[in-house]
Design a protein around this ligand. Structure first.
Ligand SMILES: NC(=O)c1ccc[n+]([C@@H]2O[C@H](COP(=O)([O-])OP(=O)(O)OC[C@H]3O[C@@H](n4cnc5c(N)ncnc54)[C@H](O)[C@@H]3O)[C@@H](O)[C@H]2O)c1
Length: 252
């Protein structure tokens, strides 16, 4: 059987890189894609059969080219993982429209474009799946990151709608909703959370560890993505799979 082909956006580091490693270990030929072309090249060199294709997911022409290059190189596309994302800590009363759009253009428009242009290639390959990176912040109010949380909520809804529209074409669409994972996204934001919440340096991480048991690891997310992508999960579609160590399961 031909090895399946996967694109992971934003996979030069963090969760995306873990997903790329996990999928490679499971026999996929992975396209490591990122806005940071040089880091994507370095990451792809580490993975058997991987290639790097730079792409800014906010740019429709670049997303189309990413899919076209993948199909030109590998002849098929089985899995798209729209993972690229950014976060900006900003209270609503201090947030201007440009900041709002900066976050939603990557975290929502980027997911739409990735899904929109990957789906026809997956259909042409005989079916497959899409696994979106959402977040538990998309299911509950999340002070200080309104743009991020709103975009993730929209991604969860887009996941369900796309799952229904694409089911007749043999494409399953699911989302993972991680809690706080130990990546640059969180460590870069922690001092800003602490400043706005009046916490001492390092206290934000302690709050998260108390509520989640521990920080999630990128590999925790990668295994969940691989599970949802697995071709044996033929009836799993439209799901919003939470992995957060219990963060959203308790009031205290
Ligand atoms: N870290 C967490 O706690 C957490 C929790 C829930 C969901 N997520 C989601 O997981 C995904 C990955 O997050 P992470 O923690 O690994 O972040 P990260 O900051 O470690 O890595 C993000 C990657 O995305 C790339 N990127 C940024 N903008 C891009 C663009 N316009 N086009 C293409 N690539 C771009 C960056 O260059 C980087 O390589 C994001 O969608 C994030 O929202 C993260």
């Amino acid at each position: 059987m031909t090895a399946p082909v996967a694109i992971v956006t934003g996979s030069a580091k963090g969760i995306g890189l873990s997903i790329a490693r996990e999928l490679t270990g499971r026999g996929y030929r992975v396209v490591v894609s990122d806005i940071n072309a040089s880091d994507a090249e370095v990451a792809a060199k580490e993975l058997d059969g991987a290639i790097a294709v730079p792409c800014d997911v906010r740019d429709e022409d670049q997303v189309k080219a990413l899919v076209a290059d993948t199909v030109a190189h590998h002849g098929r596309l089985d899995l798209m993982v729209p993972n690229a994302g950014i976060g900006i800590v900003s209270p609503i009363l201090e947030t201007d429209l440009a900041t709002w759009r900066q976050v939603t253009s990557v975290n929502l428009d980027g997911v739409f474009l990735s899904l929109r242009w990957a789906a026809p290639a997956i259909i042409a390959s005989g079916g497959g799946s899409i696994v979106n990176l959402a977040s538990v912040s998309g299911t509950t109010g999340t002070p200080l990151i309104a743009s991020y949380a709103a975009a993730k909520a929209a991604v969860i809804n887009l996941t369900k709608t796309a799952a229904m529209e694409l089911r007749p074409h043999g494409v399953r669409v699911n989302a993972v909703l991680p809690g706080f994972i130990g990546t640059d996204l969180v460590s870069d934001a922690a001092p800003e959370f602490e400043r706005h919440l009046g916490l001492e340096a390092g206290a934000f991480g302690q709050v998260i560890e108390a509520k989640q048991g521990r920080f999630g690891a990128p590999d925790d997310v990668a295994r969940a993505v691989a599970f949802l992508a697995d071709a044996e999960q033929t009836w799993v579609t439209g799901t919003a799979f939470t992995l957060d160590g219990g963060l959203t399961s308790s009031l205290i």
